[in-house]
Design a binder for this molecule. Sequence first.
Ligand code: ABU
Length: 377
Amino acid sequence: MAKIVNSWNEWSRLRRVIVGRADGTMIQAPEPAVVRDFPEDGFPAGTYGPMPQDMVDAANEQMENFAAILESHGVVVDRPEVRDWSEEIATPDWKQASQFGVMPPRDVLLTVGPEILEATMSQRARWFEYLAYRPLLQAYFREDPDFRWESAPKPRLTDASYHAGPEFWHEFESLDEEEAIARFTMNRRWNLTEEEPLFDAADVGRFGKDLFVYHSSVTNAAGISWLTRHFPDHRVHVARFRESHPIHLDATFVPLRPGLALSNRKRVPLEEDMVKLFEINDWEIVPCAEPALDEPPPLCYCSVWLSMNTLLLDEKTIFVEEQEKAQQQQLYDLGFEVIPVPFWAVGPFGGGLHCATADVYREGDMEDYFPKQIPGY
Ligand code: ABU
């Protein structure tokens, strides 16, 4: 029987990966966890519906091209199921008028060694997203006797999981960035309460034995506590950055190879112990390059910092968005072979090259890259 699932970090040689799909992606209906508001592009707050078909086609074309590039480098590429994300969904506790999509597998699936963990997610619209990956996970389970298939406790996502309803986001949007940072980031709370553990997989940075989890607008302290208990052989550290609306670590702080990490030049780390941990273990943290875009493209809820949302083929070779020339040059200067990949059309579907993928197999085992630790962190 085959070994299918194994990945302990972000940089060891990639052999198998899931690449998402743009098909059927929705501008989500409002809910306590998220309100989409694109008045100039046909979706003012309160409205929802499918992404324009020409955008879906353009994103899918770039994703097919990326899958082909990965395959040409000896990586097996798996794809999730196409599903109808426009359907209303319900649990005994709530109804949600639309779902989201399945472009960013990184948000949902966390691979740690031989385990793939389905994250709780914190948006009602994303409650059933794991279903698109189930055919793949079932196949891995059948073929790989060591595969640990795990699912975090499905959250209730009742109103108790949120401080307020969709109106939270209307008020949030009325604040300028500094006000939002002072009110929410510095107080470690956006609209999630601590009612139940909530986390997105993309808030976890995998550095071998050490996992860094972003306390963000989609991951709460209970979620980080759950992950700490779930991975007793790891050291789980809280990461925080000076960012008004944090969603996911992979456009904020990413490892490039043992001893080298890339940090968002604007989003300053707020955990002093985190910076110290890297310093005492002789890691260099470099600020990323300036992004090519000033503003995100139409219908995009991600930031321009998708410029640093890259995928490592191995610790010397990195896939970078084709038009992010400054980021490419910086990585080249740091000693990487840079493979440019056109991917801007995918951004509005939920992310860049890292978001659009989920590791299945990278070579190597769990290693300790931070032998010196800081007690209590
Ligand atoms: N899913 C990654 C998005 C992060 C960002 O927009 O900065």
